[in-house]
Design a protein around this ligand. Structure first.
Ligand code: CDP
Ligand code: MG
Length: 140
């Protein structure tokens, strides 16, 4: 299988607790290469547009507040099967259901404040990468 790219966010609960390096180590140990990365602080509007697919869900407003409450680290990860591999190392959305050793099992605080975001399909990965990075920032 060809190299694939996915989009990742280290969320505010994790940056607040200074966990960027520990999370990056987990990603790298899983065979994912961090080919682009920057620390930014999203506005609530930016978070709202990013999570627009969830706009009718009951947690949407709280999610957008949370994602704009402190800095995040946005990343592009590259590797064989990167989208599925990243979802695997992230663990289930609810940390109570996340497999041992996954990022969310080790670090997440709750279903909402769950330390990381990862794209769920090639189409969403492409859109999410382009939302935060220009082509010249991606050096594989
Ligand atoms: O992040 P993931 O793809 O695993 O889950 P999602 O279903 O796409 O939901 C996006 C984000 O919304 C989650 O990562 C949580 O931060 C938040 N969420 C929440 O606060 N409460 C839920 N019941 C489900 C999701
Ligand atoms: Mg999702």
């Amino acid at each position: 299988m060809a190299l694939e790219r996915t989009f990742s966010i280290i969320k505010p609960d994790a940056t607040r607790r200074n966990l960027t390096g520990k999370i990056n180590a987990k990603l790298e140990e899983a065979g994912l290469r961090i080919i682009a990365q920057k620390r930014i602080k999203m506005t609530k509007e930016q978070a709202g547009k990013f999570y627009e697919v969830h706009k009718d869900r009951p947690f949407y407003d709280e999610l957008c507040e949370f994602m704009s409450s402190a800095p995040v680290v946005v990343q592009v990860l590259e590797g064989e099967n990167a989208i599925a591999k990243n979802r695997e190392v992230m663990g289930a959305t609810n940390p109570a259901d996340a497999a041992p050793g996954t990022i969310r099992a080790e670090f997440a605080e709750s279903v909402g404040e769950n330390s990381v975001h990862g794209s769920d399909a090639p189409e969403t990965a492409a859109v999410e990468i382009a939302y935060f990075f220009s082509g010249t920032e991606l050096v594989g």
